[in-house]
Design a protein around this ligand. Structure first.
Ligand code: UDP
Length: 192
């Protein structure tokens, strides 16, 4: 558990958003895990999930207040506030709108994902949604094959922990660019 806390991004939301913008503009690849204490507990018991979190180029951010508190308790005071999957998703959409970037959305029910697409098209007119899929499709690797062919700038995956992270981790090396984020229940929020 402590390894994950030590590896968690040290900085506030504002500084993290600057990292996001810089990476988006420069087409730098990124894998973001939005973590709460349950995330770390699951990683402690699933080998591959542990590997995914500990990979040097995986960025863990403190989604849950429990992660912020645990970090402060062990003396890491640069971790000051929550940076949630919802925060990151809205910021990435705002940045994609500003810089005319492309997005792929994967996860949630058919109804929720369709409403999410509608809402994004309305609120972020410069964002190009290259494709989307609900999260109950049987072969999820096929969806990643499609994502690979489309090569979007941003890939939001909402399948719950650890499904979303394990899938991103499995396919991450096949991509030359893209900001990949496991966003949990975010589409349920965006869809309204
Ligand atoms: N989900 C999905 N496919 C699955 C399981 C879950 O698309 O096989 C979706 C679910 O509809 C919800 C999201 O994944 O939109 C998970 O949200 P939840 O808040 O449960 O995730 P957590 O971040 O708490 O793990």
């Amino acid at each position: 558990m402590i390894n994950y806390i030590k590896k968690t991004y040290r900085g506030n939301k504002e500084s993290f958003f600057k990292v996001l913008e810089n990476n988006l503009i420069n087409n730098n690849k990124m894998f973001i895990v939005t973590a709460n204490p349950e995330t770390f507990m699951k990683a402690d018991s699933i080998n591959e999930f542990d590997e995914a979190l500990m990979k040097p180029d995986t960025t863990i951010v403190p989604d849950g207040i429990g992660v912020v508190k645990a970090a402060n308790y062990i003396g890491i005071n640069e971790i000051k506030e929550r940076i949630t999957g919802v925060d990151i998703s809205y910021k990435l959409l705002e940045l994609a709108n500003k810089h005319k970037k492309t997005v792929y959305l994967f996860g949630a029910s058919k109804k929720v994902i369709e409403l999410t697409v509608k809402s994004i098209n309305k609120e972020y007119p410069n964002v190009k949604i290259l494709g989307y899929s609900d999260g109950y499709i049987e072969n999820k690797d096929d969806v990643f094959e499609e994502i690979k062919n489309l090569s979007p700038d941003i890939v939001l995956v909402a399948l719950g922990v650890p499904k979303q992270e394990l899938l991103i981790y499995k396919h991450y090396n096949e991509f030359l660019k893209g900001i990949f984020v496991g966003v949990g229940g975010t589409f349920d929020v965006i869809s309204g």
